[in-house]
Design a protein around this ligand. Structure first.
Ligand code: GAL
Length: 673
């Protein structure tokens, strides 16, 4: 057993529950809570996430944990497992009073106050020591408790305070830079390109965080600060995790990630987690939210190398933090929960169990709403619990994908720095490329650009702006060995120091792609260009980007048909070794993009997903086919000729089935009707 691997655990079905904050309620409510949990099939709750101030009253003091002891006992007696928080996400007022220097400072020098949550500087020794001390006390008191199943360290690291610019952080940043650059200030000067704008440093003590400056701060300084800030947050997590590991090596540890969250490098975090957890809050008001939800589910599964993951938080109904908070009242709670299971989740947990009566989140939905249990919300909660219980055969099973989208947080940090040709936003670009694959029923993994890509038929690199030499070679070798790559504009532009790779873009992949990009030419937001070429249809158009390209063997699939760059390639294909490399120099309209991706996927041998009407999601997990109707209309969908048993309804279906809006099927493998 390695220190980060508490060993394989037997799946216990699909777990169901949510954040449980009994400290917000009088003790009389707790017995009712536990009885209702049992009624709903809840078997896992997250306890204590924001309970520090309730648990400790002074620095280093004994836990005031009588109340938590009683809660743990009640839960244990009901057979409900606990994902126990270390309670360190929101420092108590006494800690701020004793150590005001723990308060975080923004890039423009504003010190953030006590009164919200997460008001700590991740580099603060006072915060870290107090957090580690508390984690140790929690492990000491509850490490052997029968209800304890999982440790939940902190909460959504970086959510409100992704980086701190205070003097303590500045000193920690300098220490981190000394280590990165081997204590050699000239190495830092080289990497940061400080010959530009008179920025040469003579000593590390002259260097600081990229605070608000008269104009764009040095980009490599910003990139290094993103690396540093992520490292500091993770150091907080790791410090607590080590204490927990030492006390309870057999208890798995997690913290909740947030999907496409730029400040924290999902790959680096997931590598330190036994269970990779996701908090997912798609907007019910947006008709395409289920696609975004699928994307982050696939991402979270991929971060854990395909291991089953936990949906740690979702809202049963509305959230409270959007300008307008629409509830999930069209079957979305059920549909999106089933989607998470289909895409590899072994737990469906909500924020939170009982909707709060006070505090900033009192209008956030809970599994038990303000109106009580004679409500639509509660009936949906109970119904979902019963359905998830039927999905036990899916627990622990894998989801396999033939296509990977490359994602590297370092590249994302660098891509979205200021002073670029245009402000590209990676989540948007990922979503645009993910959508046609989702529509085609093609399950997608995400992969780090340096990972082994050999098991994928198709690898997509969307705006992979920063590439290491190793990543560059990795993709080239993957194609050489027979793979298919689709590289999009503004990829392969800079090295890990954010220095342009010269000689024509994308310098490391010009031979692979059979072309040189001489000049990029972003399009203003409302401008489109017509597209022609073999894969165009009469209305084909490109937006956001176009390029001046010199072909060196690539074949044109789409080309710009009007404007100053008329005749320039917009999509190309090029054989390389035993594989093929495609390049996309614009964002085609959705129909053209779907056709292009379908063509590339077919040529790459990606198996076609089951045919379904639009709006019906199809995913396979562990041999089970899950179909979910996210549309507002009743549809007929094919389910194949072999009779298959639907785990949800218990009936056997074949050929075609009618699915109402929000309807779903979980079909057992054909040989197990
Ligand atoms: C999450 C957080 C929870 C709760 C929830 C509300 O970001 O982890 O504590 O605030 O949002 O949607």
């Amino acid at each position: 057993m390695t220190p980060t691997d508490p060993g394989p655990r037997e799946p216990r079905g699909i777990r169901y529950g949510g954040d449980y904050n009994p400290e917000q309620w009088p003790e009389q409510v707790w017995a009712e809570d536990v009885a209702l949990m049992s009624e709903a099939g809840v078997d896992l709750v997250t306890v204590g996430v924001f309970a520090w101030a309730e648990l400790q009253a002074a620095p280093g003091a004994e836990l005031r944990a009588g109340w938590l002891d009683r809660v743990m006992e009640l839960l244990a007696a009901a057979g409900i497992g606990v994902d126990l928080a270390t309670a360190t996400a929101s420092p108590p007022p006494w800690l701020v009073r004793a150590h005001p220097e723990i308060l975080p400072v923004t890039a423009n020098g504003v010190s953030l106050s006590l009164g919200g949550r997460q008001h700590y500087c991740p580099s603060s020794p006072a915060y870290r020591d107090a957090a580690v001390e508390l984690a140790g006390r929690m492990a000491g008191r509850y490490g052997g408790h029968p209800a304890l199943e999982l440790w939940h360290v902190g909460n959504e690291y970086g959510c409100h305070v992704p980086a701190c610019y205070c003097e303590v952080s500045a000193a920690a940043f300098r220490r981190w830079l000394r280590e990165r650059y081997g204590d050699d200030i000239d190495e830092l000067n080289r990497a940061w390109g400080t010959a530009f704008w008179s920025q040469r440093y003579r000593d590390f003590d002259e260097v600081g965080p990229p605070r608000v400056a008269p104009t764009f701060p040095n980009p490599t300084q910003q990139l290094d600060f993103a690396r540093f800030s992520d490292h500091e947050l993770r150091a907080c997590y790791l410090a607590e995790r080590e204490v927990l590991r030492a006390a309870t090596p057999e208890v798995p540890v997690t913290t909740n990630l947030m999907g496409l969250f730029r400040p924290t490098d999902g790959w680096a975090w997931a590598a330190e987690m036994d269970v990779v957890s996701l908090d997912r809050y798609p907007d019910p008001a947006d008709s395409d939210s289920h696609v975004q939800a699928a994307l982050v589910a696939d991402l979270n599964r991929s971060l854990g190398s395909g291991r089953p993951w936990y949906l740690m938080e979702q809202a049963p109904g509305a959230v409270n933090w959007r300008p307008v908070n629409v509830p999930k009242n069209r079957g979305q709670f059920r549909a999106w929960s089933l989607q998470a299971v289909a895409r590899g989740a072994d737990a469906v947990l909500q924020f939170q169990w009982r909707a709060s009566a006070a505090g900033a989140e009192k209008f956030h939905s809970g599994m038990v709403p303000h109106a009580g249990i004679d409500t639509r919300q509660w009936r949906e909660v109970v119904a979902l619990g019963a359905e998830l219980a039927k999905l036990a055969p899916l627990a622990g099973t894998p989801v396999s994908a033939h296509v990977a989208i490359l994602l590297d947080w370092e590249s994302w940090w660098a891509l979205e720095l200021d002073s670029h040709p245009a402000g590209l936003r990676l989540p948007e670009l990922l979503a645009e490329l993910y959508q046609p694959l989702f529509d085609a029923g093609t399950t997608v993994d995400f992969a780090h650009p340096e990972a082994d890509l050999g098991r994928y038929q198709l690898v997509v690199a969307p705006a992979l702006y920063l590439v290491s030499d190793r990543a560059a070679t990795n993709l080239t070798d993957y194609v050489g060995a027979g793979g298919t790559a689709l590289v999009t504009y503004f990829s392969g532009i800079v090295d890990p120091d954010d220095h342009v790779r010269l000689g024509g873009y994308p310098a490391p992949w010009r031979d692979l792609l059979g072309l040189d990009v001489e000049e990029v030419s972003p399009l203003p937001p409302t401008t489109t260009v017509r597209l022609g070429g073999p894969l165009a249809h009469p209305g084909s158009a490109g937006r956001r980007w176009q390029e001046l390209i010199r072909l060196r063997g690539a074949q044109v699939l789409l080309e710009i048909a009007d404007g100053p760059l008329a005749g320039q390639p917009a999509a190309t294909a090029h054989p390389h070794g035993r594989g093929s490399a495609y390049y996309l120099a614009t964002t085609p309209d959705p129909v053209t993009l779907s056709a292009l991706i379908a063509e590339i996927a077919a040529r790459a041998g990606v198996p076609a997903g089951p045919s379904r009407p639009p709006g019906v999601e199809a995913v396979e997990r562990g041999g089970h086919l899950v179909l979910i109707n996210h549309s507002d209309t009743t549809v007929d969908t094919g389910v194949g000729d072999d009779p298959r048993s639907d785990l949800l309804s218990g009936s056997v279906v074949s050929h075609a089935v009618t699915l109402p809006p929000g309807g779903a099927l979980v079909l057992a493998p054909p040989d197990r009707p």
